[in-house]
Design a protein around this ligand. Structure first.
Ligand SMILES: Cc1ncc(COP(=O)(O)O)c(C=O)c1O
Ligand SMILES: [Zn+2]
Length: 403
């Protein structure tokens, strides 16, 4: 294991690698510190590793679990030439992270947090969730024989609630927003010796998202794309993508210019996009968006996400609410992939980047599909099936085909 400590992002105080949520001096967020001088990792070593995110164990802050071969991660990266033509981009690759065990990228962050929880001997995995995280927490807890407790806004899509309930974890629907759930979980973490994956284990949890950058580069033959487009809620995924690409370069696994990072938020919950556009600090909002998985009004890593977009030469885009479903349909019809509302937002961010002239025919772009449309099935416009009697003439007639 290569992390040698945790460090406060604000005041740089150092801590041991324990389940500590934030800096006791300034309440700043903590991040793992690696001893880069001692980390040596080759392409061959990675390529002969498990077909899961644990192939990158030397760049993660925990030891791989016993079932490291079982996933998550190592999801397909597929070209989408028709979508690229439709959008006016040179090349588009789709990172199919809805192919993870609970159908979102959250299995990555939970894998790392749960490994740390195990190491620390914690027996309950808990979180506040906008939907997908709870699915991943409940599933991983059940496979490890741990208890799980998930707090959701009561308005969460029924498909996501069901996809947590099925694992037998405990669920609490809170009459409030995600930010209310998050506050309750922070209060609870002061009382209970549990593994709160996005509170006292956040430093480890967040590192799971780096593996999206690692896989993207490896699957492109250890080359970096020109740009990556990702959705933003708390900003953790977006900021860790950048760290992931930087770290690959630092250990010599890739060379060349780092990708420009483009982020997307739906207009109805766009505190990070607004801060980017208005060149100011992020201020909290009350979410009202169809993209419920991205409905975090007070994003913990919002300011860092803005700084990351600028440092990378990318941008953060606010996507109109009415476009989210249309973009999901476009991704399905031109890319063959049914992504969730977050993917509709991500496609919208790519469209906005093309419209502003920052991405186009010269660029090779990777678009992250972070969750499945089957959990948000009603948002994309789709035709109802024609219902007919079981008669071939009726069928031919219905299809408009002459016999
Ligand atoms: C499908 C999906 N994509 C993206 C995100 C954004 O993640 P982050 O909070 O790391 O910005 C979420 C968060 O819940 C999500 O569920
Ligand atoms: Zn501090």
């Amino acid at each position: 294991m290569s992390a040698i400590g945790l460090r406060c992002r604000v005041c740089e105080s150092q801590y041991p690698t324990l389940a500590t949520g934030s800096c006791v001096r300034c309440f700043g967020p903590l991040e793992p510190v690696y001893d880069w001088a001692t980390i040596s990792v080759s392409r061959e070593q990675v390529e002969s590793g498990p077909r899961s995110l644990w192939r990158y164990a030397p760049l993660l802050p925990v030891e791989p679990p016993a079932d490291a071969d079982a996933g998550p991660g190592w999801t397909p990266l597929v070209p989408a030439p028709r979508l690229a033509r439709e959008l006016g981009v040179g090349e588009v690759f789709l990172k199919l992270d809805h192919c993870n065990p609970t159908h979102s990228f959250k299995d990555r962050v939970v894998a790392v947090a749960a490994a740390k929880a195990r190491e620390a001997g914690l027996e309950t995995l808990a979180c506040a969730s906008t939907g997908n995280l709870g699915n991943a927490v409940a599933a991983r807890a059940s496979s490890l024989g741990l208890r799980s407790v998930v707090l959701y806004p009561a308005t969460t899509e029924p498909e996501k609630l069901r996809a947590t309930a099925v694992y037998g974890g405990e669920m609490v629907a809170v009459r409030g927003s995600y930010d209310d759930c998050s506050r309750l979980v922070v209060e609870l973490s002061g009382e209970l010796d549990w593994a709160f994956v996005n509170v006292n284990l956040r430093a480890y949890y967040a590192e799971g998202s780096k593996t999206l950058a690692f896989e993207t580069a490896e699957q492109l033959g250890w080359e970096l794309p020109d740009a990556v487009v990702a959705p933003i809620a708390s900003g953790s995924l977006f900021t860790k993508l950048w760290q992931g690409f930087e770290q690959l370069q630092r250990v010599g696994l890739v060379e060349g210019a780092l990708p420009r990072l483009h982020g997307g938020q739906a207009v109805g919950c766009s505190p990070v996009a607004a801060a980017y556009a208005e060149e100011r600090a992020v201020s909290p909002v009350r979410p009202a968006t169809v993209a419920q998985s991205l409905a975090i009004g007070a994003p913990a890593d919002g300011d860092l996400a803005v700084a990351t977009a600028r440092a990378s030469g990318g941008a953060i885009h606010a996507v109109p609410e009415d476009d989210v479903g249309e973009n999901m349909a476009l991704l399905a019809r031109a890319g063959g992939v049914f992504g969730e509302t977050a993917a509709g937002v991500t496609v919208g961010a790519l469209r906005a980047a093309v419209a502003s002239g920052t991405l186009g025919e010269r660029d090779r772009v990777v678009l992250l599909v972070t969750g499945t449309g089957l959990k948000t099935p009603d948002v994309a416009p789709a035709r109802e099936p024609a219902e007919i009697a079981p008669d071939v003439d009726v069928l031919l007639d219905e299809l408009g085909v002459a016999a």
